[in-house]
Write a protein that binds this ligand. Structure first.
Ligand code: KG4
Ligand code: ZN
Length: 427
């Protein structure tokens, strides 16, 4: 069957079309079309995502993306003759107007585009209903409802977090397989994004239990806020990561230089002191809740600690934020603190729940240092757990992951979610 999926939970307007064929525990997927329009450039100007602005942008862009993706899937055909049964058409048009009532941008563009597209060969529409920003979610939901009515197709509500779990399956090519066989379970999923930080125990295929979550800020949110304190643009994760990496390179180079100097016998006390001054001895930030008995996280205190650190440093030196070296050191210590906390709790969960597979998903799963340390600690602890990260283009929000989750939700007919936005929807 073919599924068209829509994702508008935050700042990406995304649509994908997949074809799925299930045989036993294996489902073969073919990606027919997949595209998105990112609002990052717009939100960067304001330092974060404003829900009403995100909503307007989704409304303006979604029809354009639909046309692009239908073309990519080669199922875009214009209805030039436009031979309608006017009576039926008017009845539907009224209902659609009601559905799109709160989506003014979409309502305005719809009549100029949708009636001219021949109903494409798809079998169902999947849409993210939460969690996320409710005004943004509603654009996708209203669009899915209206299209479902117009093309007479079922609409499948999808949990965005379940999408992130499925995001690890597509790799580089156009086809991929999801095997729900028992041998990959039990599983733990660490979902880390701008809105969420959760540890999910997946006992069996699509059987979820949240075992821990952040008590305040999400990991990505902390990256974004600390980046702002350091004068870096939104989204802050990749920016902080770049600075932190540079600092790690610098200190590794410093260590190497002093070792070489020592070996050459031109060792000087000054040299070694400078090279040993790595970040951890310069600034120490807390690792909140790292030793707590539960699987919860907290990043708000860490963020405040960075704020105080910058304030203290400013008392001693002026123009602290123009000092790239200091910014790199703060970024590194901050990234170390976040990654150590995330990895420590995840390893604890892997051991306690004896899991065979670890899936890390969400925007922060793009973090190279997190990937590196997670893999390293699994090895160091002699765990047999297989760890999976999404391919780079699927770490952030996308509609492909919603299409996969949508297909399995469609197959699992008895557990439909309501077709309405729920900003705090739980797995
Ligand atoms: O999943 P996502 O695209 O959107 C939400 O559902 O929130 O995640 C976006 C978040 C942002 O907070 C961004 O700063 C963070 O993911 N992020 C990163 C990296 N790339 C994106 N955080 C740390 N390191 C990265 N490389
Ligand atoms: Zn997300």
């Amino acid at each position: 069957m073919r599924i068209l999926a829509i994702e508008t939970s935050c700042d990406e307007t995304a649509i994908a079309i997949i074809e799925a064929q299930k045989t036993g525990t294996k489902t073969k997927f073919k990606i027919l079309g997949n595209d998105l329009s990112s609002q990052i450039a717009l939100h960067t100007q304001y330092g974060g995502v404003f829900p009403m602005m995100a909503k307007r942008e989704h409304g303006k862009n979604i029809l354009n993306i639909l046309e692009k993706v239908l073309k990519e899937a080669k199922i875009y055909k214009l209805n030039k003759s436009a031979l309608y049964d006017e009576k039926i058409e008017n009845k539907i048009e009224n209902k659609i107007e009601n559905i799109l009532d709160r989506e003014s941008e979409l309502k305005e563009l719809w009549p100029a585009i949708i009636p001219f597209i021949v109903k494409p060969k798809i079998d169902a529409i999947a849409v993210t209903t939460g969690p996320g920003l409710e005004p943004a979610l509603w654009v996708g939901i209203s669009f899915a409802k209206a299209l479902g009515l117009y093309w007479n197709l079922p609409v499948i509500p999808v949990n965005h977090m379940e999408g992130h779990i499925f995001s690890i399956f597509p790799k580089n090519g156009k086809t991929f397989i999801v095997d729900s066989d028992k041998k990959i379970f039990p599983m733990i999923s660490l979902l880390v994004s701008g809105g969420h930080t959760e540890l999910i125990f997946v006992k069996d295929f699509m059987k979820y239990k949240k075992i821990g979550q952040t008590r305040d800020d999400a990991a990505g949110e902390a990256f974004d806020k600390v980046a702002r304190m350091l004068g870096l643009p939104y989204p802050g994760g990749p920016e902080i990561s770049k600075l932190a990496e540079k600092e790690r390179e610098n200190s590794a180079l410093g260590r190497l230089e002093s070792a070489t100097a020592q070996a050459r016998g031109i060792f000087q006390q000054e040299n070694i002191r400078a090279s040993q001054s790595t970040i951890s001895s310069d600034f120490v930030l807390p690792r909140p809740m790292i030793n707590s008995k539960d699987y919860d996280f907290s990043f708000s205190g860490l963020k405040t600690a960075v704020l105080y650190l910058i304030r203290d440093l400013e008392k001693e030196h002026s123009y602290i934020l123009q000092n790239v070296g200091i910014k790199q050191k703060i970024a590194r210590e901050f990234e170390d603190a976040v990654v150590e906390t995330l990895v420590s709790k995840t390893i604890k969960a892997i051991k306690e729940y004896k899991v065979k597979t670890l899936i890390v998903g969400g925007g922060v799963s793009a973090n190279k240092y997190l990937q590196e340390i997670m893999t390293q600690k699994i090895k160091e602890n002699k765990l047999k757990t297989k760890v999976h990260f999404p391919s780079k283009s699927l770490t952030g929000d996308n509609a492909l992951m919603i299409a996969i989750a949508g297909f399995f939700q469609f197959k699992k007919k008895n557990s439909r979610l309501p077709l309405k936005a729920n900003g705090n929807l739980q797995l």
